[in-house]
Design a protein around this ligand. Sequence first.
Ligand code: GLA
Length: 385
Amino acid sequence: MHLIVTSLRHVFSTKFDEQPTIFRSPGRINIIGEHTDYNDGFVLPAAIDKAVYIAIAPRKDTIISLFAVAYNKSFEINLEDIAITKRGWPNYILGVVHELQQRGHLPGGFNMVIDADLPVGAGLSSSAAIECAAVFALNEIFSMQLSKMEMIHIAQKAEHTFAGVMCGIMDQFASMFGRKGFVMKLDCRSMEYEYVPFDTMGMKILMLNTNVKHTLASTEYNVRREECQKGLSWVQEKYPEVKALRDVTEQMLNEDVKPRDKVIDSRCRFIVQEIQRLQLACIDLLNKDMESVGKKMLATHSGLQHLYGVSCKELDYLVDAVKDHPGVLGARMMGGGFGGCTINLVKEKYVDEIISLLEKKYEADMKLPLTAFTVEIENGTEKIQ
Ligand code: GLA
């Protein structure tokens, strides 16, 4: 962290000839509870020690001047002209600015440099991390007095409108509210949450990045949302009190969805099962029964693969390759799907062995490099200096 902050400060002062304020906004993992957030369900994420860092200072005019270290690219726009750009990466910031403008908060112009040690497109929510960094930093430097809850909704809306992904609230929530050593059980209906201690008990959280960029993810993600909505509407014909898949039982699916469409049924069935699985996993966590949490992670993977249809051959390969290893308690694909990382609960002494077992085999079989790294659970979005 210190290296990246020092270099960010240096790049900023060289480019803009002034001293910035620096903010850190982390990526996230999710232990269990995938695709449940937009169905009013629960999720169990945590912020991690890989993050986006921004250096920022207000300007006296209405220009926004951005520089992305990773791409070595600059972007400038006037506050009055904010619109989606074909350039890609500035959209996450512009989306946040747009949402602030829509709500009557009109920040002045600013200079910003962005860097990260969080891989992009790996399913660790780099986009939510950038959005949260931007809204948190702008709130701070322009004294807007927004609450963290308001900020995450602004960040989520930015993703909807400027990145075109109709995401739920999990990623922005986790990035903003993360706390070192804890996972968060978030009720995505009421937005109530509790911090659940995550005692690693000699385990490491190992991420295995397939290096498949999840380009399919945004379109298929929106399709899954529609499929859930369709199944829900069929259940609601008979049970109008049902508001979301959160309120649906497998019995209701048997009656009203399965006979009409097998695919819609399996999508909805996964969500109903996943919400139950998460509740049970929370009890496991309180009992420090990591074996049982691990088994549920494997069940989640199987559901995401066979019922929800958001896995891919590389993710399945990595889960299959480790699931019977004595050092592995649990493994599954994580996040939206179609690429990115698997999350693995691994006994510490086996981590290196597993990585070296897999690297060559994965490369040979999948024709892609494997990137493996462990993560620690860290605090959420914060001002550093
Ligand atoms: C993406 C979305 C989240 C969530 C996950 C799947 O990360 O941004 O809102 O739906 O996929 O659990």
